[in-house]
Design a protein around this ligand. Structure first.
Ligand code: MG
Length: 160
């Protein structure tokens, strides 16, 4: 059996008024925030799905259904810690994560180090095991029109 497993994740949430904008566990100053049942941290959600996907464990909707009032307003970092425990319990560790956040605004670059630190501390990793890149969508499509923000992630897991 392989010592390595790889998974990928994707998520998108709508931008609306009156919600905080939280990405990678970091709250950013912006006139709009992401709508969702939890805190709608689209980056953390994509990372969780990548981790679950690597072990064919389904997706976050299965573990934290949006119909369950328990997860209303949930801090996605706490959900991430639970997903991490799930893979640890099965004898796997994270080798590294990589991700892309697609947003026209705000500028994410100044906040990427803080996001990596935040995610690394929750997962017990070094920040250099967590890649986060930011790009715009060149004003194309729903993310380009600032109707939402999406994120893609991959996770490489290593057997203990
Ligand atoms: Mg989500």
């Amino acid at each position: 059996m392989s010592r390595f497993r790889i998974g990928n994740g994707y998520d998108i949430h709508r931008l609306v008024e009156g919600r905080p904008l939280i990405l990678g566990g970091v709250q950013l100053e912006h006139s709009l925030g992401l709508d969702g049942h939890s805190d709608a941290d689209v980056l953390t959600h994509a990372i969780m799905d990548a981790m679950l996907g690597a072990l064919s464990l389904g997706d976050i909707g299965h573990y934290f259904p949006p119909t369950d009032p328990q997860w209303k307003g949930a801090d996605s970092l706490q959900l991430l810690a639970q997903v991490h425990q799930l893979i640890r319990d099965r004898g796997w560790s994270i080798g590294n994560l990589d991700s892309v956040v697609v947003a026209e605004q705000p500028k994410l670059k100044p906040h990427i180090a803080a996001m990596r630190d935040r995610l690394a501390s929750v997962l017990g990793l070094e920040p250099d095991q967590i890649g986060i890149k930011a790009t715009t969508n060149e004003k194309l499509g729903p993310t380009g029109r600032e109707e939402g923000i999406c994120a893609y992630a991959v996770a490489l897991l290593v057997r203990d």
